[in-house]
Design a binder for this molecule. Structure first.
Ligand code: SF4
Length: 310
């Protein structure tokens, strides 16, 4: 049988466990991280689940295996803790598609509008926003806002278009997108359906609107987990999201056949972190992520408004 980890990994895993105890640390890993990292993490989840966890854990050090904006959100929600991002270069192209100056100009062009910001955004953008949202609650957040006010939805145009598609709302979308989910095309789904006619097609709302409309279900990460829990054993599921999610879903339902919707659905930034980086983060205290207190306070207000939406 092929070992699941190369021979040098068991020593590394033990060293990480020792360092984690010595530093009173917790290791959080996003669903899109490599399996080797997910396997040693204390908690695995989407960015908001992990941020919530960061806010409630008692550990002094949080090793956030994900991308930069997620570690920033953890630093905002867990003031006083040391937040470490093992690979400093792990960023999110979508979060970087809008700068604070661009958002200020967008707001100036739309006076009186309410800014709704997807949590996949930098702390500087959250701090300029009225309310945040996740892929799971974006629709509820929009519906909670006064009907006569224009909404600026940033930075993910696809998520915004999907959740407001049948709402009578005045929404202006920032033209940002996730380059990984944008790769999925309606033709990909058609081809897979021809190949697997009995399959269920499940996609993330960061996909383009025609892809969402062609799917059987459009779900956030948490929604995907709930949805697959209901499927009969042996069902084939075509998944329109980052391939790392297959690992998480397959652990929950080993009796399903999970197939990516298209080729190359890999977020390179989410695959940068290896076990050696986690070890070095704990050993050398790298790379500390901090958010300027004024920015953090304003960003926290936008996040807390989101959390208050039923
Ligand atoms: S999968 Fe997309 S949204 Fe998530 S970190 Fe990668 S580029 Fe950003």
């Amino acid at each position: 049988m092929t070992p699941s980890v190369p021979p040098q990994q068991p020593e590394l895993i033990e060293e990480i466990a020792r360092l984690r105890d010595r530093r009173n640390a917790v290791i959080l890993a996003h669903n899109y991280e490599l399996a080797e990292v997910q396997d040693i993490a204390d908690f695995t989840g989407d960015s908001l689940e992990l941020s919530r966890k960061a806010a409630t854990v008692e550990a002094e050090v949080i090793v956030f295996c994900g991308v930069h904006f997620m570690a920033e959100t953890a630093a905002i929600l867990a003031p006083g803790r040391v937040v470490l991002l093992p690979v400093a270069e792990a960023g999110c192209p979508m979060a970087d598609m809008i700068t604070p100056d661009e958002l200020r100009a967008f707001q100036a062009e739309n006076p009186g509008a309410i800014t709704v910001t997807y949590v996949n955004s930098t702390a500087g953008i959250k701090a300029l926003s009225d309310v945040c949202c996740t892929s799971a609650n974006a629709r509820a957040v929009v519906e909670s806002l006064p009907a006569d006010r224009r909404i600026l939805f940033v930075p993910d145009r696809h998520l915004g278009e999907w959740v407001t598609r049948d709402l009578e709302r005045d929404v202006v979308f920032w033209p940002g997108f996730c380059p990984v989910h944008q790769r999925i095309l309606p033709e990909d789904l058609r081809r897979k359906r021809d190949q697997f006619p009995a399959a269920v097609v499940l996609v993330h709302p960061e996909c383009d609107l025609p892809v969402c409309e062609a799917a059987d279900f459009v779900e956030s990460t948490g929604g995907m987990l709930r949805r697959i829990a209901e499927l009969p054993a042996g069902t084939t599921v075509i998944l329109g999201t980052e391939v790392g999610m297959i690992n998480r879903l397959q652990r929950a339902r080993p009796d399903l056949v999970l197939i990516p919707a298209g080729p190359d659905l890999v977020c390179a930034n989410m695959k940068m972190t290896r076990l050696v980086h986690v070890r070095d983060a704990l050993l050398h205290d790298r790379h500390r992520v901090t958010v300027e207190p004024g920015v953090a306070a304003r960003a926290r207000v936008a996040i807390e408004r989101m959390l208050a939406v039923p």
